[in-house]
Ligand binder design. Structure first.
Ligand SMILES: CCCCCCCCCCCCCCCCCCCC(=O)SCCNC(=O)CCNC(=O)[C@H](O)C(C)(C)COP(=O)(O)OP(=O)(O)OC[C@H]1O[C@@H](n2cnc3c(N)ncnc32)[C@H](O)[C@@H]1OP(=O)(O)O
Ligand SMILES: NC(=O)C1=CN([C@@H]2O[C@H](COP(=O)(O)OP(=O)(O)OC[C@H]3O[C@@H](n4cnc5c(N)ncnc54)[C@H](OP(=O)(O)O)[C@@H]3O)[C@@H](O)[C@H]2O)C=CC1
Length: 429
């Protein structure tokens, strides 16, 4: 058994955001690669009329869990859903559940967040900052806690071009901001948000930066690690290649391109597209949990989980890969043959939007109307163009992240663990 798997044996783990994209992969990898783990408690909110238990039962039916179902048929018994709502006081965890968590949890992985770029600031603060504070309060009371791993983002400090594995001073003292927005009318907050977020592009990156500072300030005597993934995409190897369950980041645009809908996008061709597979991020996250608990670093270590410094890929290369990939694996019911044009020139992009997006959409909607059907193409393009405007900030420039802590962590792994948990040069080159 690898030393990381041996560490997690007999441990009780708490995961927030386990129903999310990364949380699911983390849950699955922990179950499959650390079969002796004692229990994994997952905070799951009731949603869309489904209870916490029903959501969890549905979740583990998804294809992602097929392999672990074969390897460890009783894996479901190790998953303990706990009802929670992270924007509520005490995370809406019942006293009995809280008591149980305090008495047994050894490692916490905090993945839950809102990742929407257009999230109203008050909600983003509630979920990404205040819920993190609340979770830290809970974690501080856990009698047997050995590590608390917070999932941040490589873009928390995207207002800097060179980002080190350190926690930077926050744009504002979180408590002051939280106290202010508590009494402010939503419309006032909306109005001052652009001034508050300053040189950050959205409330997501702004609140993730605040959360890192909160984690550092409220860590007291806990062993804490912070993981900063860049743009997380589909799985590379595990549990099988190509698994993803959302349209976030470039994923939705790749699908839109594969359907022949999206044909032009504004991006800087030689800007680094720092994409990283979700299983690689999860491997690093589990390794960081092990290292934090076993080696107990004196300070909170930050891990920039990025690829641009190791094996850079560029947005300009996307055109070729989009066209060739969808030629090999065409999507069903495509609107048109996929084609891709990436340009940094605003006017050229506007020309192609008119010629390749708006004109065909108008013609097709007119045809739908003529044939008695509801027009829909223009609405789809409008949504896509909104997404693209919000994503352009990230595709029009490059960042440089240091990775000393990631390199150090890789160096600490046994040969067996390096084989099982690739997250480094060997993988990315
Ligand atoms: C010419 C060919 C080009 C080929 C592709 C080129 C790509 C290059 C550029 C890509 C740059 C990507 C940079 C990503 C940077 C991420 C950096 C940070 C990463 C992180 O730390 S966390 C992840 C970041 N968060 C996100 O990525 C979320 C971003 N999305 C949003 O905030 C919202 O979706 C958005 C954009 C505000 C739109 O909101 P809204 O209009 O309310 O739409 P919904 O989100 O409700 O979605 C409605 C509907 O559409 C589906 N959907 C959502 N996004 C996309 C998309 N990008 N493409 C296609 N479809 C999308 C969504 O699933 C919903 O469907 P329903 O059926 O549920 O209604
Ligand atoms: N995806 C990416 O490219 C990157 C992600 N990250 C970080 O990774 C983490 C996970 O991201 P990702 O998996 O993509 O996000 P998802 O949106 O897929 O998942 C978010 C998770 O948070 C949970 N959640 C949201 N709101 C609440 C709430 N009020 N109460 C309880 N749970 C809640 C969701 O639960 P529910 O199912 O109930 O909605 C879901 O499990 C985040 O911290 C994000 O910042 C960092 C860099 C890149």
């Amino acid at each position: 058994m690898s030393s990381i798997a041996a560490y997690y044996a007999g441990k009780n783990v708490l995961i927030t955001g386990a129903t999310g994209f990364m949380g699911k992969v983390l849950l699955e990898k922990l179950l499959r690669s650390c079969p002796e783990v004692k229990a994994i408690y997952i905070l799951v909110r009731p949603k869309a009329g489904q209870s916490t238990q029903e959501r969890t039962a549905d979740m583990i039916k998804c294809k992602l869990f097929d392999q672990v179902g074969e390897d460890c048929p009783d894996f479901e018994e190790k998953i303990i859903p706990v009802s929670a709502e992270l924007t509520q006081p005490h995370l809406a965890i019942s006293p009995d559940d809280a008591k149980r968590l305090l008495s047994c949890i050894n490692i916490v992985f905090h993945c839950a967040a809102t990742v929407r770029f257009d999230e109203p600031l008050k909600y983003a603060l509630q979920l990404n900052v205040m819920a993190t504070q609340q979770l830290l309060v809970l974690a501080r009371q856990m009698q047997y806690l050995e590590a608390f791993i917070h999932i941040s983002t490589a873009y928390a400090n995207c207002n800097r071009r060179y980002i080190e594995e350190i926690i930077y001073p926050p744009p504002v003292e979180p408590k002051k901001l939280i106290d202010s927005v508590e009494w402010m009318d939503e419309s006032i907050i909306q109005e001052i948000t652009p001034k508050l977020i300053g040189d950050r592009p959205n409330t997501y990156t702004y609140t993730k930066a605040l959360a890192e500072y909160v984690v550092q300030q409220e860590s007291s005597n806990m062993n804490i690690g912070i993981i900063r993934p860049s743009i997380v995409g589909a799985s590379w190897q595990e549990p099988f290649p190509g698994w993803i369950d959302n349209f976030n980041g470039p994923s939705g645009l790749f699908i839109a391109a594969g359907k022949g809908i999206l044909r032009t996008m504004r991006a800087t061709n030689d800007a680094v597209a720092d994409l990283i597979p979700v299983d690689v991020v999860v491997n690093l996250t589990l390794a960081a949990g092990w290292y934090t608990a076993v080696h107990r670093p004196k300070t909170t270590l930050v891990y920039n989980c990025t690829t641009g410094g190791i094996n850079p890929f560029h947005w300009g290369e996307i055109e070729y890969h989009v066209v060739s990939s969808f030629k090999r694996n065409p999507l069903e019911q495509a609107f048109r043959r996929p084609n891709a044009n990436i340009t940094s020139n605003y006017l050229i992009n506007q020309y192609w939007i008119t010629v390749s997006h708006k004109a065909p959409a108008l013609v097709y909607d007119f045809y739908l109307k003529l044939t008695g059907r509801k027009p829909r193409m223009m609405r789809i393009f409008n949504r896509l163009h909104k997404s693209m405007l919000l994503l352009e900030y990230f595709s029009s420039q490059s960042w440089e992240w240091t990775s000393d802590n990631v390199n150090m962590l890789m160096g600490q792994l046994s040969p067996e663990d390096r084989r099982v948990r690739t997250f480094h040069r060997a993988l990315l080159s």
